[in-house]
Design a protein around this ligand. Structure first.
Ligand code: PEP
Ligand code: MG
Length: 576
């Protein structure tokens, strides 16, 4: 039976393919069949992992300081008890024997069973022990990973598969950049969540916030994904497939037509030149940057090198990655943002305190985390300043909220330069320093920040979230996440105006910059530099070519005076 589901479309056109279902844990848990002959070996591998985990817990137990709170001992003893219980230590062995699956998968199946049982427990204390089960099982997973257990292996025909998941973390999405699926569907996620941003950067059809796609869709089932309309069709009839094939062909023709604009200068009808830059997440993203004719990189989200791994990248590894991008852009400007971790981008190596921060969006994140972890920060600064030798590098600092943070950042940069100089290591002294304006406090006090920064970039994704108190990743409130809200536009207009008065370059690098429906609005507010996913560059350029600033600029005042988002939309209707 054909079913249509509606969610948040992330763009990328239309895909027709077969479903491939994954759960978040699947991405780190390998799933493969084993032969009769391999069963004993797999059980031995599982037993060894349980032994390693037991030893680890015992060691932890033995090293509890005398003055530690008594809860810590109780907590570890509970974990040892759970590990020794037959439900964790024995039953996965039976699953391996009966279902001929690898140890990781057997443990995952058993974990799912246990968690289901916890979900129906009414007593709160017992229900909360669910987290302890997850923590113990994760320790065993880690031990298994040290014993030949594999990472998630995508299916061989992934290019024809549509990935269906309840949720995907940004780290998972990086994995998928390599696997290359035909499309993505998820049950949750907001329009500017990092998962959405990465899906957009892959330029494949994606729909988020479908709520129960993962439950309704079966493995291998035929699907149509319309990433523009935000629709997923399960088990479509031949007639529907034929209709979507036509739409797919016209989307491809439109993209081809846009390609002709690749080398056209981005100039408005009245002759004002607009800078179009690209956002990237990994050094491997340069190909589409060139293919779409970007004038440089306006935002390289460097934190993706830090995600999805157990260790920290050292200075050399970082230097090589940054150098690759800077060199690859052959003298065009490259803006690298220092790590913006925390919130939905929590690295695996973060300690438990960070993992369970009460309100990560308001916690130790962005530049705050860097300032709190000077070794991590300075290692990155060293790698960046060294990479600056190979081209035109600019540094960008995320989530600034106050002038004091700018001063601290500049102090660290000076110190790092001094030490590189002393060590005789070549680095660039010309690197410009910029700040992201994505916290309302920074937007309101931007005049002071501009005194010390060489350029600024407005991060509208976070600016909207913090101005309107709407979690950008939560689809339950995504209808309230409105870039046209006058409060957001006031802040953007204020920041652009202040930067212009001081002659400091200003750009927008949030998702607004790549949404062709907002190009005229931003032009009206005075923006002349946009940074976006490479795949969006040509459609934004197309709008710019048809826009006339002499018509748009007078709208700025009215936009700022608008009482609500609807009035702003109305004002923009029909203007060129
Ligand atoms: C933003 O907040 O607009 C931004 C560009 O940064 P990120 O999306 O990585 O938080
Ligand atoms: Mg941000």
């Amino acid at each position: 039976m054909t079913i249509s589901l509606h969610g948040i479309g992330i763009g990328g056109g239309i895909a027709i393919g077969r479903a491939h279902l994954v759960s978040h844990t699947d991405l780190e848990v390998a799933h493969y069949e084993i032969t009769d002959a391999e069963v004993a070996g797999e059980i031995a591998r599982f037993d060894a992992a349980v032994r390693v985990t037991r030893k680890e817990l015992e060691l932890l137990w033995g090293s509890i300081p005398e003055n530690a709170p008594t809860e810590l001992g109780a907590f570890l003893s509970l974990h040892v008890m759970l590990l020794n219980d037959h439900t964790i230590a024995r039953e996965p062995r039976d699953i391996i024997t009966e279902q001929h699956c690898n140890a990781e998968w057997a443990l995952k199946l058993q974990q799912d069973r246990l968690l289901e049982q916890f979900d129906v427990i009414e007593e709160e204390y017992l229900r909360e022990r669910r987290t302890d089960v997850i923590q113990v099982v994760e320790r065993v997973f880690k031990a298994l990973a040290g014993q030949g257990g594999g990472q998630y292996v995508p299916p061989e025909d992934s290019r024809e598969r549509i990935l269906v998941a309840n949720d995907l973390s940004p780290a998972d999405m990086v994995l998928f950049k390599e696997a290359q699926f035909a499309a993505f569907l998820t049950d949750v996620g907001g329009p500017t969540s990092h998962t959405a941003i990465l899906a957009r950067s892959l330029n494949i059809p994606s729909v988020l916030a479908l709520h129960n796609a993962r439950q309704l869709i079966r493995e291998g089932e035929r699907l149509i994904v319309d990433g523009t309309a935000g629709v997923a069709i399960i088990d479509p009839s031949e007639a529907i497939v034929a209709e979507y094939r036509k739409r797919q062909a016209s989307h491809a023709a439109e993209r081809k037509r846009l390609q002709r604009l690749k080398s056209t200068a981005a100039t408005t009808k009245d002759g004002v030149s607009i800078e179009l830059l690209a956002n990237i997440e990994t050094p491997g993203d340069l190909e589409p940057v060139k293919a779409n004719g970007a004038a440089g990189i306006g935002l390289y989200r460097s934190e993706f090198i830090f995600l999805g791994r157990d260790d920290l990248p050292d200075e050399e590894e970082q230097y090589e990655a940054y150098k690759q991008v800077v060199e690859g852009m052959k003298g065009q400007p490259v803006t690298i943002r220092t790590v913006d971790l925390g919130r939905d981008k929590m690295p695996k190596w973060a300690d438990e305190e960070a993992q369970s921060a009460p309100n990560p969006a308001l916690g130790l994140t962005g530049v705050r985390l860097c300032l709190a972890e000077p070794i991590l920060f300075r290692t990155q600064l060293r790698a960046l300043l060294r990479a600056g030798v190979h081209g035109k590098l600019k540094l960008l600092f995320p989530m600034l909220a106050s002038l004091s943070e700018v001063s601290q950042v500049l102090f660290h940069i000076d110190q790092v330069k001094d030490s590189l100089r002393e060590e005789g290591i070549p680095f660039s002294d010309e690197v410009q320093v910029g700040g992201m304006i994505e916290v309302p406090g920074a937007a309101l006090t931007v005049n002071h920040l501009l005194e010390r920064l060489d350029f600024i970039s407005i991060g509208t994704n976070d600016l909207i979230q913090y101005t309107l108190a709407v979690d950008r990743g939560d689809d339950a409130v995504s209808h309230l996440y409105d870039p046209f809200h006058p409060a957001v536009l006031h802040l953007i207009a204020h920041v652009i105006r202040c930067a212009d008065r001081k002659g400091v370059p200003v750009s927008v690098c949030g998702e607004m910059a790549g949404d062709a429906r907002m190009t005229r609005l931003l032009l009206a507010l005075g923006l002349r530099s946009f940074s976006m996913h490479p795949a969006q560059l040509l459609s934004v350029k197309q709008v710019i070519l048809k826009s006339d600033l002499t018509c748009l600029s007078p709208l700025a005042n009215e936009i700022e005076r608008a009482p609500d988002a609807d009035r702003v939309r109305e004002l923009l209707l029909g203007v060129t």
